[in-house]
Design a protein around this ligand. Sequence first.
Ligand SMILES: Nc1ncnc2c1ncn2[C@@H]1O[C@H](COP(=O)(O)OP(=O)(O)OP(=O)(O)O)[C@@H](O)[C@H]1O
Ligand SMILES: [Mg+2]
Length: 310
Amino acid sequence: MSPHTPFGQPLLTFPDAEKSPLSIRAKALVFVDPRSRQLREELEQLAPRSISVLIRGETGTGKELLARHIHRASDRGGLFVSVNCGAISPTYADAELFGYAAGSFSGSASSRAGWFGSANGGTLYLDEIGDLPLPIQTKLLAALENHEVTRVGAQQPSPVDVRLVAATSIDLAQAVAAGKFHQRLYRYLSEGQLELPALRERVGDIESLAEYFLGIYSQRLELPVPLISEAAQQALDRHSWPGNTRELENVIHFALLVSSGEEILPEHLNLPPTPSPLEQIQQLLEQIVQSGSAGERHALQQLLQRTGLS
Ligand SMILES: Nc1ncnc2c1ncn2[C@@H]1O[C@H](COP(=O)(O)OP(=O)(O)OP(=O)(O)O)[C@@H](O)[C@H]1O
Ligand SMILES: [Mg+2]
């Protein structure tokens, strides 16, 4: 039987959760909404296969957590190595990812495996893979296809067995069309694809996630677990969560600190006030103005001006 949160919600947990060096937050995956349940099924099918996986999702949706679950469920003995491609220095990207031989730079007395080599036998998680410079993309594809990697300054390639899980918040197909992303690497990556919907598209997860984070932070801060009032829950369900699950986690953490400990009320949530219906219409029209065709834009701009909304 799968374990449950104190609130009766099913969780997917690592079998060796207590021995895991991961933070407690990385252990459970709260997936309750029908869209999330579907995603969990896809995850369970993809995880044991050795193909690479591309996870698409907005910031804070839980891409890295999903990647860690894929690694755990894959039974790969090696490490899960997480690298943010946006944070790699363009000058040293090659050496950082693929390692270097002793003496290849001034100051490099000993050799280094690099992130790719460190994930040998395990999983390499490349966050924001679209940020990787094109020449590095080419080398990455070669390393994945040939199962070998040549460190900077080395004469011989070394064998490596790495499973790649990559994440992106941008549309890589568009990046390929614009000549900014390697087409064959994209094809290689997208053998397995997981789409993590934004939190506002799986409202059914919000309550369980809020209770889950409340449980975790109460335990960590050694506080009693407060209830979430009906009005606070409604405010949580209505918010659009541009920062997704990470934003919800921060909101709950804050609410726990400022509440009296018995009940979370709307004023503890620190959410922006809900816009009035008129303001919502205005925001919606402005979004359409941004994305619409020239004709639509013109018509809507006139409408906004005439009604005094612009
Ligand atoms: N389904 C979930 N169940 C429990 N916790 C979750 C879930 N999804 C996300 N979280 C938690 O939300 C936080 C953000 O998740 P994570 O770092 O995986 O997001 P991300 O998509 O990688 O973000 P970014 O785009 O900023 O890199 C983490 O603390 C994570 O543990
Ligand atoms: Mg991340």
